[in-house]
Ligand binder design. Sequence first.
Ligand code: 8Y4
Length: 296
Amino acid sequence: MTPQPSQRLVENSPPLFHLQGPGLNLTFGPRVLIMGILNVTPDSFSDGGLFLKTDDAIRRAEALVEEGADLIDVGGESSRPGADPVPAEEEIRRVVPVIEHLSKRLSVPISIDTSKAGVALRAIAAGARIINDISALRFDPEMAPLAAETGAPVVLMHMQGTPKEMQARPVYTDVVREITAFFKSRIRFAERSGIARDRILLDPGIGFGKTTEHNLEILARLSEFRSLGRPVLIGPSRKSFIGRVLDLPAAERLEGTAAAVAAGILHGASIVRVHDVRAMVRVARMVEAIERFRHD
Ligand code: 8Y4
C-alpha cells in the first residue's frame, strides 16, 4: 500500500528536540537552527579602541540576525589551532559589553563561546543563555557547577588534545566510536554535576584534533550520534579540511561549507555554527524541503 503523504511526513520528520533553560525555549527538528559566529577578537587589521571593536561586533551581530541567524555565538578568545590563551579578564572585557547590548536588542538567544567559568558567569549575567564550551567542561573545574547552578544549556564539544597541540598528530582507531565514547563519558560527568540531560547538546568538534579524513568521516557518519538522544551541533564553517579538499583559502570556502552543512543536515545535525548565515539558511531550507519527500 502506498503511504499517505501525511504519514510520510510524520515518518520522515527528524527527531524533535526542545531545548529549555532560563529565558530560553528553542525547538529543532522541523527546522535546523543556524548559529551565527561572532568573534570579538582583535585582528591584525584593527588597532582601534575597545569601543570601536564593541560597536563593530554589535553591528555584525545585527546583520547576522537580519540574514536569518537563530542564535548568535559570541566568543572573545581565538580557538584556532595553535592560538594562545587569553586571560579571563580580557575575554570578559571583550564579550560582556557586546552581550549586554545584544541581549537587550536582539530577538535571538546568545551563546557564550568560552571554556572559562568566570567568563561564562559574567556572560550569563549579561544575558547569554547557552554555554558553548569547546572543552566539554574539562578545562575549568568551576564550569560544570556553574552550568548546574544557572541551568544554562551547555554544548559538549569533542577535542583530542588542547587547542595548542591538537593538530600535531591526531590519531584514532575509529574516530566516530571514540567521539561517541567521549560523549557518553561527558554526559555522565555533566549529569553527576547536576546538569540535566535535556540541557545538553553534543558537538563532534570538526577541526579540533582531527585530520582532513577524520573530519570527512565525522560528517559521513554523523547519524551514528543520533543514538545518544541529544541534539547534534556541527561547526564546519570555512575550516581547513574544506581548504584541503578543494585547495582553497578561507575566503573561498563558501561552497565547500555549503556542502558540509548539507551533508551534516542530511545526517541529522540540529544546529549548524556558521559565518555565512544568509547562504547557509538557504542551504538548510533547501535540504529540509528535499528531505520531506523521502520514502524510507
Ligand atoms: C576559518 C574560520 C578557519 C574559523 C577556522 C576557523 C567550533 C566552536 C569553533 C565548533 C563549537 C573556527 C568556538 C574554530 N569551532 N564551537 N568554536 N563547534 N561548538 N575555526 O566546531 O571556527 S572556533
